[in-house]
Design a protein around this ligand. Sequence first.
Ligand SMILES: NC(=O)c1ccc[n+]([C@@H]2O[C@H](COP(=O)([O-])OP(=O)(O)OC[C@H]3O[C@@H](n4cnc5c(N)ncnc54)[C@H](OP(=O)(O)O)[C@@H]3O)[C@@H](O)[C@H]2O)c1
Length: 324
Amino acid sequence: MRRQQLSQSNIEVSALALGTDLIGSKIERGRSFALLDFYHELGGNFLDTGNFYASWIPGCQGGESETTIGLWMKERRNRDKMVISTKLAFDYPGSPGGLCAGEIERECEMSLKRLQTDRLDLYQAHRDDRSVPIEETMEAFHRLVKAGKVRILGASNLPLWRISEANVIARGKAWTPYSVIEQRYTYLRPRHGADFGPQIFLSDDLKDYASYYGLTLMGYSVLLRGAYIRADLHLPVQFAGPDSVERLRTLSEVSLEAGCTLAQTIIAWMLQSKPAVLPIIAGSQENQLKENSDALNVTLTEAQMQRLNTAGNPTLNQGWIQPK
Ligand SMILES: NC(=O)c1ccc[n+]([C@@H]2O[C@H](COP(=O)([O-])OP(=O)(O)OC[C@H]3O[C@@H](n4cnc5c(N)ncnc54)[C@H](OP(=O)(O)O)[C@@H]3O)[C@@H](O)[C@H]2O)c1
């Protein structure tokens, strides 16, 4: 799997990250190890986890994903070959959540312990916390970087203005800024006013911001849990927008032309977009991971990219409607 630099750091990650929210919980340990092995054999080295994964699964407390990854890396003796991203800020048993200094320090220690490592390659705020001054959050994160416990910082599910404010403060104080941003992202566009709860969909403004500062963008829930493909699943109602039918039609047409699956076209489109968005792939079966990683062999033509980008909005960049 080809590699790329994470933001402007010296961390090299594979072009596709592996999402591990269900590793060690819904997906039991043996199967989890097999999926981690399979992803690693495909050339992947970038694992996306979180401290509270997967506390929402009945019988789970949170920490199962990190614990399983820690056990796997220990057994395979491959910690130095892997790049680990984990996150904090959602509450789970034993943790109130949020981004105050005490929580950041404590949860970092918990994650290090569960992952059986001495450093987190990428540590991300998993959601915003407006009850805490940004200075407190960024200073606490920076202390972890200075202590060598964290290499770089990321922000997930934060609105652009909060990321921008945090980074202006961090740069002004010579603290570590957020250099990776992980938001919800897929080919279909949410309809106006769509509500994703605490999750935030990657906006055009954020793409512009990330391009300007050379930040890496990551996308999650890329395949809408398989709803693009599986007849037994409905597309989430948030994507029932005015251009969705046209975008689905174009996605099918381009996939047919390119000789690849819908999932592969979506992943290839993300990778070839400007700025590129690094997809987090996930799956409970090896064949899903194989199909998704084979998207790296798909090259969409400029004309196909243009059709995908303008589907449902053909006048994009070609003029505008005169108001009456
Ligand atoms: N930062 C955040 O707030 C946040 C939020 C959500 C997720 N994430 C991260 O992103 C990762 C992925 O999230 P997600 O599960 O929502 O992603 P997703 O890509 O929308 O869904 C993945 C699921 O889609 C199905 N699938 C995968 N490949 C397929 C294929 N080729 N054909 C048909 N179905 C396919 C599988 O479902 P089955 O296993 O049921 O077959 C798989 O588990 C998580 O593990 C987590 O690491 C981050």
